[in-house]
Design a protein around this ligand. Structure first.
Ligand SMILES: [Zn+2]
Ligand SMILES: [Zn+2]
Length: 513
């Protein structure tokens, strides 16, 4: 093997489309050492891939040395307890802000998982001890400060407008006498945010020979195609005497929509007499946290709560549901599949005086998606076939993802883009977006799509596609030899009890050696 190939890494992604974000990286050093790490460890939210959440992890969890989390969304961190249960021994690195928020999301995922397990009469994927262990491994990092993960790998978290606490992660991997490997994970990316200022990465980062792993959720459209009509829609519906139900993600969207309503009140486009409610325990917890956030207070945007606002819980939900008064209700979940959303929808979809507003992405097959595409005028909720009478509107203006032109603008800032890896998008979107990046980002030497293949990449950008999806994390050879020695020793003692277990599940049992 030539010098250029002695130091390289392999990268693969577990997510086939948008949710279930997880990148696995294996670094091979010239001295035969190997380091495995993961960036994000999310759960699948598309119904199509739901069963993958319960599937045995296609690698040995104890071979992963560390995990980095870009932000606090379930599709980027929801499966962490499952990884811990599987034997992962390392730390979970994320920003200080994400570290503060993540325990809430993990506890919520735990609750949902246990409810689902009970409903499906199966064993939950992990228990409370795994949850507590996961929380105890969270290791907060400061934005912009270098974190040494081991003697060869350093990570830096940079601000990202996608969400409060969200980051892009720069990994710099070095070995004496070799070129550095620089790898940037955008996570879910947005250049700015309504609630806080986003500080840019320092200019030297843009000068590094770089491989960028980017998302592409909205890779099919440009910012110029976004039409801002949510305020008009709300104003119109209120004039028509309608009650408005707005689906929100617990963190980010809920607070941003409250901010929008507050600004409508300020400009007298919305009467302060209309009560505004927020339902969803997690959304309420995040809202309280945001209100006391140092980062948000620093930028003087923490006051996002409109007038005549209240929280809905079990005690007052029935009264809100039965109220004849016109009102605006924000409820979780964002795709309307979980949380209190279904309770409202069961009685609201058949009401002509209701506007259901979905201000964000909904995966195919989720209830949010089905409401936008009713079959012959019907929609099924909790097994009940209901006539779709309510008005359903959606907008892309609140999206917390960059559009194609914004990502391209971002990529163009890199002086020496060795490779762009496109991920986190629907299959066709990834393909189209990849073509566009190839055409428009002149500095990008090469563009590839992640999701179906593993790529072997050298610091110089030499890239090789490793056939189909390979998720075979190797461990340090020396360590392995030591293990073998102790194993042989044990084997002699206890041969009868040794059962040969299959190493990998069938679906992903591929090897390339
Ligand atoms: Zn996200
Ligand atoms: Zn995401």
């Amino acid at each position: 093997m030539g010098k250029k190939e002695r130091f390289f890494y392999e990268i693969t992604s577990l997510n086939p489309e948008v949710t279930g974000s997880c990148h696995l990286v294996t670094v091979h050093y010239p001295d035969a050492r190997i380091t495995n790490f993961a960036v994000d460890f999310g759960s699948y939210q598309e119904e199509l891939y739901n069963e993958l959440n319960a599937e045995k992890l296609p690698f040995e969890c104890d071979k992963i040395q560390f995990v980095l989390i870009t932000h606090n969304h379930a599709d980027h961190m929801g499966r962490l307890p499952y990884l811990i249960k599987g034997g992962y021994k390392g730390k979970i690195f994320c920003t200080q802000e994400t570290a503060q928020l993540m325990p809430f999301a993990l506890k919520d995922s735990y609750k949902i998982e246990h409810e689902n397990a009970q409903r499906d009469s199966r064993k939950p994927l992990y228990d409370e001890t795994d949850l507590e262990e996961t929380i105890s491994r969270i290791t907060p990092c400061k934005f912009g400060e270098v974190e040494y993960l081991d003697r060869n790998i350093k990570a830096t978290f940079y601000m990202n407008g996608h969400l409060y606490g969200a980051s892009m992660i720069l990994l710099q991997i070095s070995f004496p006498g070799e070129e550095d490997i620089n790898l940037l994970f955008t996570g879910d990316y947005k250049p700015e945010n309504q609630l806080f200022e986003v500080t840019d990465m320092p200019s030297w980062v843009y000068k590094l020979p770089m491989v960028v792993v980017t998302e592409s959720t909205y890779g099919y459209m440009d910012t110029t195609e976004v039409i801002y009509h949510m305020e008009d829609d709300i104003e119109k519906a209120i004039k028509e005497g309608k009650t408005i139900l707005i689906s929100v993600f617990a963190q980010g969207r809920a607070q941003e929509v409250l901010y929008l309503l507050k600004s409508m009140q300020y400009f007298r486009r919305l009467s302060t007499k209309i009560p505004i409610w927020l339902d969803g325990r997690l959304a309420q917890e995040y809202t309280r946290l945001y209100r006391s956030s140092e980062m948000l207070l620093k930028f003087n945007k923490a006051d996002f709560i409109p007038e005549n606002f209240g929280y809905v819980n079990q005690e007052n939900r029935e009264a809100v549901l039965q109220s004849k008064e016109q009102q605006i209700i924000l409820c979780t979940s964002g795709m309307l599949d979980h949380g209190p959303a279904k309770i409202y929808l069961e009685s609201f979809v058949e009401r002509r005086d209701v506007l259901i507003y979905i201000p964000g992405y909904t995966s195919p097959k989720t209830l949010g998606y089905r409401l936008q595409n009713p079959v012959n005028g019907f929609v099924t909720i909790n097994g009940k076939k209901l006539v779709m009478r309510a008005q359903v509107e959606t907008t892309k203006e609140c999206s917390s993802h960059a559009k194609a032109d914004e990502i391209i603008e971002f990529l163009k800032r890199f002086k020496h883009l060795i490779l762009v890896l496109i991920n986190h998008g629907q299959k066709e979107v990834k393909e189209k977006f990849a073509e566009r990046v190839q055409k428009e980002v002149i500095n990008a030497k090469r563009v590839e799509i992640l999701g179906e293949h593993t790529f072997r990449i050298s610091p110089y950008g030499y890239i090789k596609q490793m056939g189909s999806k390979i998720i075979f994390l190797k461990s340090n050879k020396k360590e392995e030899e030591d293990k073998k020695k102790t194993k042989i020793h044990k084997k002699e003692k206890n041969d009868k009890h040794n059962k040969k277990l299959p190493k990998f599940t069938k679906r992903v049992c591929y090897s390339y050696n």
